[in-house]
Design a protein around this ligand. Structure first.
Ligand code: SF4
Length: 293
């Protein structure tokens, strides 16, 4: 039976008892927020108005600037993809928020430009990806999933062209194959890309620009299905908690805190009873290694 639609336009399907059950509309980052900390999920996605967040983070500004520069690189015609355009690309969409001072911001800009120069030197300017910052969406029995993949490449595979999921990383530490294998987001992008592009998509790659390294994993049908089940289990937990709160349960009990190393970096640290005990990180703490002593 084809899915039905609610009045709000949210896709629905029939449950076991014949009543329509709403699919859980989500992105990989929404699911990831709940896995990291149910309370942070509640502050971000449930409480309205959204509680006040802390100041912007310099590492987010740096990551966004590099991502946009790469997006705009692929937006150029192939004959204009020359490293000499990188300073203009990076400057024109540079995000300034969160840095300690202008010196630190300049050091981050220089570092980012160096990463980009090294990175594009390894790209074939003639190669057109299947998608750049491409939204892919699909449904499962539980999820109405959508997400924006940094890049989806077309590469030859044993049975014809395949879609390869590429995710850029700009954090301090490098990444390994376990990071690529365990990433729920990358697996869900691959699962969705198979359906959107109607071709195999098993390979997922983390491109770490500061070190110029690539951490890759080849999924199988089984490992993608495992990650989808994991996502569905998370979605069921979230729906159960939201339903309980709607029925009058204590929201603090349904969305418990998960205190740990993430609290120092959490946007809601100041209003969270567990987070306010954590040592605060300066907004520029994750980029301070880029500033010369
Ligand atoms: S401060 Fe820590 S416990 Fe509180 S919401 Fe953020 S991550 Fe969760």
């Amino acid at each position: 039976m084809p899915p039905t639609r609610s009045r709000a336009g949210v896709p629905e399907q029939l449950g076991f008892d014949g009543m329509p059950e709403r699919l859980f509309v989500c992105t990989p980052s929404k699911l990831g927020a709940y896995v990291d900390c149910p309370r942070r999920y509640r502050y971000s996605y449930v409480d309205r108005p959204t509680p006040p967040k802390g100041p912007p983070w310099a590492h987010n500004s740096l990551g966004a600037s590099v991502h946009t520069a790469l997006k705009n690189w692929f937006g150029l015609p192939a004959d204009r993809r020359d490293p000499s355009v990188l300073p203009t690309l990076l400057k024109s969409t540079w995000v300034r928020e969160g840095y300690r001072d202008v010196d630190q911001e300049r050091a981050a800009y220089r570092a980012a430009l160096g990463w980009l120069e090294t990175y594009v030197a390894g790209l074939d300017p003639e190669e057109e990806p299947l998608g750049v910052e491409r939204v892919v969406a699909t449904k499962t029995a539980v999820l109405a999933l959508n997400g924006r993949a940094d890049r989806i490449d077309s590469r030859p595979g044993p049975q014809g062209p395949e879609a390869v999921i590429v995710d850029y990383k700009t954090g301090r530490s490098g990444l390994d194959a376990d990071d690529a294998r365990g990433s729920l987001a990358l697996a869900l992008y691959a699962y969705a890309a198979q359906r959107v592009f109607r071709r195999p998509s098993y390979r997922v790659e983390l491109h770490h620009l500061p070190t110029g390294t690539v951490a890759a994993h080849e999924h199988t049908e089984e490992s993608l299905a495992r990650q989808v089940r994991r996502a569905e289990d998370t979605a069921r937990d979230i729906m159960a908690a939201e339903k309980a709160v709607s029925a009058g349960a204590d929201p603090d009990a349904e969305f418990p805190t998960n205190p740990g190393p993430l609290c120092g970096w959490c946007d809601f640290r100041k209003i969270c009873p567990s987070g306010s005990e954590a040592v605060a990180k300066e907004p520029w703490a994750a980029v301070s290694h880029l500033t010369p002593p």
